[in-house]
Design a protein around this ligand. Sequence first.
Ligand code: ADP
Length: 506
Amino acid sequence: MQESTTAGELIAQLKPRKNQLDEHGLLRYGKMLIDGEWVGAASGETFESVYPGTGEVIANVASGGKEDVDRAVAAARRAFEEGEYKKMNGADRGKLLWKIADLMEANIEELAELETIDNGKPLVESLRVDLPQSIACFRYYAGWAGKTTGETIEPHARVNAFAYTLREPIGVCGQIIPWNFPIQMATWKIAPAIACGNTVVIKPAEQTPLSILRLGELMLEAGMPKGVVNIVTGLGETAGAALVDHPGVDKIAFTGSVEVGKLIMRNAAGTLKKVTLELGGKSPNIVFADSNLELAAKVALAGIFFNQGQMCTAGSRILIEASARDQFMEVLAGRAAKMTVGDPLDPKTRMGSLVSEEQMNRVLGYIDKGKEEGARLVAGGNRVGGSGYFVTPTVFDGVNNDMAIAREEIFGPVASVITFNDADEALRIANDSAYGLASAVWTNDLKKALTFARGIKAGTVWINTYNMTDNALPFGGYKDSGFGRELGAAALETYTQTKTVYVDLN
Ligand code: ADP
């Protein structure tokens, strides 16, 4: 592969537009947003943010801890209880969300570059997928602001009385963000929270804080009152844990690993916080022989290799009906073998770098495990390039659903292909997983598709497509993939609470 643009070259390219480097010549993202001000960590500590394309340091980021979280939560509480934000009605909040979207759009190239140099994903994807969807998410929730309504209810055991419900914001929301879609996951959480009148303390993943910090600047520029969204950068076990433990935080919304999700649920119990968890997946993508096999294979490739496979919805278990196996595999493995990884900043690149050395080693470990377990490697399977964290698109055929590569979430570009003989067997294999985030079925038989959609235990079922998330559609997991729904009107449920008002007319 071609060597990646170096961080030095990159920063030099960005300089004319940003024109703001820190004293070390790195990108200027060493401060956090607390109470409308940009501040360093109370401890003065920082951590390094790395460009995965070369492994070079691009920024020193404030390493927030308990004291910083305390200040951010106090600011969010003040903003929630008093001041300018409290006086804003739904229409005002809608305008604010729309303005944020407009400013993101005006700065889309810069945000996309930041996303790519922090995460390693192809620039084209940041620019054409992550950013447009994030902007659309702010606009979607701008439309919802102030439209969460209660009901009028007739008491069941009384006459001369009536009751109504109010849908009120929850208060201060702690939002913990993963590194795979940094700005998009932040948007999914910030936009509905503000639409409902909550305030936020957000903690980006330590691997990818830059785009969210830039979003913070744009939110201030849009006129967001101080303290409404605070950004505390820092490590999970310090800043993240302090947010989860804080008695002043009313709700935690988390997207990340099952392991940390369980820990958060346990720790949040101490202060009885509301918790929503969007965790991992091992999603089955089931292809019947009667489907358009060529299309199914092409979409299956995107379903597993988009974002270098670092997606909770990744279609990592591809189930193919035995009679169509050879025809399907010719397209799937043939095309996978031809896919190339490349410089994330090159506009021609469709597959970039994994997020970190740690993640790359984890993925390579699973590839070794797949070989040891007896699966047949038919494409990829190795690291490429001397620097950066690039792994070739990998396909294992002949996978058994009991193998680790079929059971555990790899979070990388590794597809496990499992063959089945009939619909019952396909459904049994699909549901034989601890996870239940997403799934897909490919068939031209309507009855088979709809029966499958009822039978699968997953939060989303795609029919004859894959990975079609949409800002209007509820998104979340069954089983170990978590609970609570993001996006759509469903997210409004998790950012409001219901108050019953009883009126006695006697
Ligand atoms: P991954 O393993 O993919 O990095 P994690 O679940 O570890 O995913 O991380 C997702 C987010 O959770 C990150 O923002 C991370 O900093 C945060 N996090 C990690 N550990 C904790 C913790 N103990 N408490 C709160 N947040 C945490």
